[in-house]
Design a protein around this ligand. Structure first.
Ligand code: CTP
Ligand code: MG
Length: 269
């Protein structure tokens, strides 16, 4: 492979990143199984990690990106993920930790002290959109903290240890948390520092900010913004990709539809 430096590499938009994205990608993907951590698995021909980073790279509001990957993969990611795909906003690739919270904390230590907003997004949610990024960052600028989340759709049961239902929970106030999540830098730094000092563990970053006592807003996301977790999510992901491609094709063709009608590919049944 020949990799010559491209003269077309765009400069990052700010010397001091006002909005900095952190991408935890240092997990082992135990629920997915297999020998390759799921962030490196391909969906539609491109690794999940690249798809997530491409969307962040394309987001006008994101100034820089810090990526956390497994220690053994730091060099590989710098060359084969960041440089190869011209992800010019990625300014640092750091080694992650044992748990997601550790990976985020290590990446946070690289954040410039004048950064205003830290946006955190799991590498394994490749269907995040530019609109989600714009909305969650705007909400965090206004309110201090905001996350993409989805109102609960299914009926929720509280189940006893013996496997019988104790009660049906009112789902009206229940939302499922997704990423991206965006925070004032000082809030998220204080939350991670205090949680680490006190041994508090959480599966998302908003929980730690809530625990500090700050309000966190929700911005409605999409059912397509799945976290690729288990093997069946790859199948669901392929279907989401296919439907997006189809939408894009018909959207692109519609303005000149009359002229190009005869050349349209036949729809598969
Ligand atoms: N992650 C991380 N560092 C860890 C663990 C997880 O950066 N020590 C990242 C994952 O790479 C992923 C995101 O956090 O992008 C969400 O985590 P999850 O879906 O739980 O991924 P894994 O921990 O890799 O999967 P599993 O829990 O099944 O092992
Ligand atoms: Mg995990």
């Amino acid at each position: 492979m020949t990799t010559t430096r491209s003269p077309r590499v765009e400069p990052v938009s700010h010397q001091i990143p006002l909005v900095l994205a952190l991408v935890p990608a240092a997990g082992r993907g135990l629920r997915m199984g297999g020998s390759i951590p799921k962030q490196f698995l391909s969906l539609g021909g491109e690794p999940l990690i690249v798809q997530s980073l491409r969307t962040l790279q394309a987001a006008p509001v994101v100034d820089q990106i810090v990526l956390a990957v497994p220690l053994a993969d730091v060099e590989y990611c710098e060359k084969e993920i960041v440089l190869r795909h011209r992800l010019t906003k990625v300014t640092k690739v750091v080694a992650g930790g044992v748990e997601r919270q550790d990976s985020v904390r290590y990446a946070l230590s690289q954040v410039h002290s004048e950064t205003e907003i830290v946006l955190i997004h799991d590498a394994v949610r490749p269907f995040m959109t530019l609109q989600m990024i714009a909305e969650v960052v705007a909400a965090a600028k206004k309110e201090g903290a905001a996350i993409i989340a989805l109102p609960m759709r299914d009926t929720v049961k509280q189940v006893r240890v013996d496997g019988t239902i104790e009660r049906t929970v009112d789902r009206a106030p229940l939302w499922l948390a997704q990423t991206p999540q965006a925070f004032r830098r000082d809030w998220i730094e204080a939350a991670h520092t205090k949680a680490h000092a006190e041994g508090i563990r959480a599966t998302d970053d908003a929980s730690l900010v809530e625990w500090l006592g700050h309000p966190v807003s929700v911005v409605e996301g999409s059912g397509e913004n799945i976290k690729v977790t288990r093997p069946e999510d790859i199948v669901i992901g392929e279907a989401i990709l296919a439907s997006r491609m189809k939408g894009r094709e018909s959207g692109e063709k519609s303005p000149k539809g009359r002229r190009s009608q005869s050349r349209r590919p036949r729809e598969s049944s």
